[in-house]
Design a protein around this ligand. Structure first.
Ligand code: NAD
Length: 485
């Protein structure tokens, strides 16, 4: 029986066939490819490979739609976004299963991500973006307005294909833009279905999605008719995107890689904090931009904290995300799997000590990797310097605040960081000196649609979320009015 939500919407989507969405129509292509279920290595259904004509058609439709959508009232845009949220909620079970099939994450984590899409859209619709009034006298009024940019191209990675997609659609359309979404070729399925639902909520051309191959991203960043690129992905690709958009001076937001440090102070409750740190390091099998990727433990508790982390990690189950009680699903794709495996080759080569894991079972089907904690490797080792994007984590010992702050900041990346302590003064003192877009105290990866989020250094440019994220989907226009007397 179809699920019915509290708002009366019913599950309507068929999750077996996948087409591009152009101008609110389901559009097929001549060429197709398919994703791979990373837990079973089975082929998933065919998806389109958009060509240049498909992109031109989508851009043409988005431009035409923008001329009308920009003038639609914020109340009407809110209503469309809230209807979209209702329809996602009604189809949540289908999205959750599809997300696990295409991405690999366990059902509870997929449920959380799909539920997050509904929460995000509802919360974003409540964010008000007011004009900024600098002067309002009998002689003069000076005010800055936030006007839509035009057509937004959204380029999304494979680790959170639902939430990162919705986190771009919501702000773009609420602020009066139209949007073309390009999912990763590894995870195109949920994005096409979101756009199919959006076609029931928005006028033609407002929300479109194109599945393509490796050519589509570069075409989108180069094409004249797109005015802004909102990109989430690796720092390497982000630099290519920045170089490409320079030719047309597109507006740009970049949400890129992270190498988040967690600094553990001597006063923490060891078993409790060790469990939380493992969770934030290993969620989605470590494939999270904001995962904890380096753990600095005070030397006075190093051994006890390491042992508590090992105990907690050993109890977590690895397997197909559709099975019950699984915490570690597979790595999403073969390329990433090989990249993570190369770090395992370094274990013997570099003589790293391993506290848990350290080997990969090659006789099983699926891109599974045993969770691994590397015990006090050198600060210069690859595992401390690079973003692994897999379940392998270095832990390191520290003695003085000055030293640990310097080591935590010794990265080109600066996305997130956390400090764990029962002494709030100490925690804030350390936290204030960390170079990262978000610094948490006694938690990590606690994100919200109403709080701005972005990276320092090579972790990004601009922010998403909150009023600042909504303004990122706008041009600023200052009206400087001298009143006639
Ligand atoms: P990626 O950079 O390989 O790909 C991201 C997207 O860019 C995909 O859709 C891809 O098809 C597209 N793309 C690839 N080359 C392109 C080009 N030259 N021009 C335009 N588009 C192009 O990243 P990934 O491997 O899919 O994702 C993992 C990375 O994303 C990690 O580094 C992770 O930290 C980062 N990430 C960051 C955030 C954040 O919010 N800061 C969130 C999630 C993931």
């Amino acid at each position: 029986m179809a699920a019915v939500t509290t708002n009366g919407s019913k599950a309507t989507l068929d999750f077996t066939t996948f087409k591009n969405i152009i101008n609110n129509e389901l559009v097929d292509t001549v060429k197709h490819h398919y994703g791979i279920n990373p837990a079973t290595l089975e082929k998933l259904p065919n998806v389109p490979i958009a060509n240049k004509v498909d992109l031109d058609n989508a851009v043409k439709a988005a431009r035409a739609a923008f001329e009308k959508w920009r003038n639609v009232s914020r109340e009407e845009r809110n209503a469309a976004v809230l209807k979209f949220a209702d329809l996602i909620e009604a189809n949540a079970d289908g999205f959750t299963k599809l997300l696990t099939l295409e991405q690999g994450k366990p059902t509870p984590q997929a449920t959380f991500e799909v539920g997050g899409c509904v929460t995000w859209l509802r919360a974003l619709s409540q964010i008000k973006v007011d004009d900024e009034v600098f002067e309002d006298t009998t002689e003069r009024k000076v005010v800055t307005r936030f006007t839509p940019i035009g057509v937004v191209g959204a380029i999304v990675p494979w680790n959170f294909p639902c939430l990162l997609n919705i986190g771009k659609i919501g702000p773009a359309v609420l602020m009066g833009n139209t949007i073309i979404v390009k999912p990763s070729p590894f995870t195109p399925y949920t994005a096409l279905k979101f756009a199919e639902l959006a076609s029931k909520c928005f006028p033609p051309g407002v929300v479109q999605a194109l599945s393509g191959d490796d050519n589509l991203g570069p075409w989108m960043t180069a094409i004249e008719g797109i005015d802004k690129i909102s990109f989430t992905g690796s720092t390497v690709t982000g630099k290519k995107v920045a170089a490409s958009v320079a030719a047309t001076m597109k507006r740009l937001t970049l949400e890129l890689g992270g190498k988040d440090p967690a600094i553990i102070c001597a006063s923490v409750d060891i078993p409790k904090v060790a469990a939380e740190v493992c969770t934030y390091a290993f969620l989605n099998s470590g494939q999270v931009c904001l995962a904890i990727k380096r753990v600095y433990i005070h030397s006075s508790i190093y051994a006890a904290f390491r042992d508590a982390m090992v105990k907690y990690t050993k109890a977590l189950k690895i397997g197909n995300g559709l099975d019950e009680n699984v915490f570690f699903g597979p790595i999403q794709n073969e390329m990433q799997y090989k990249k993570v495996r190369s770090l395992f080759d370094d274990i013997a080569k570099e003589k790293w000590k391993v506290a848990v894991g350290g080997t990969i079972d090659t006789d099983i089907t699926g891109y599974f990797i045993n969770p691994t904690i590397v015990d006090n490797p050198s600060d210069e080792s690859r595992i401390v310097k690079e973003e692994p994007f897999g379940p392998i984590l270095p832990i390191l010992s520290w003695d003085t605040e000055e030293e640990v702050i310097k080591r935590a900041n010794a990265s080109e990346l600066g996305l997130g960081a956390s400090v764990w302590s029962n002494d709030m003064e100490e925690a804030e003192r350390i936290g204030n000196q960390i170079e990262a877009g978000t610094v948490w105290i006694n938690t990590h990866f606690d994100v919200s649609p109403v709080i701005p989020f972005g990276g320092h250094k090579q972790s990004g440019l601009g922010v998403e979320g909150g009023v600042a994220g909504m303004k990122g989907m706008c041009n600023q226009q200052t009206l400087n009015i001298h009143k006639i007397k």
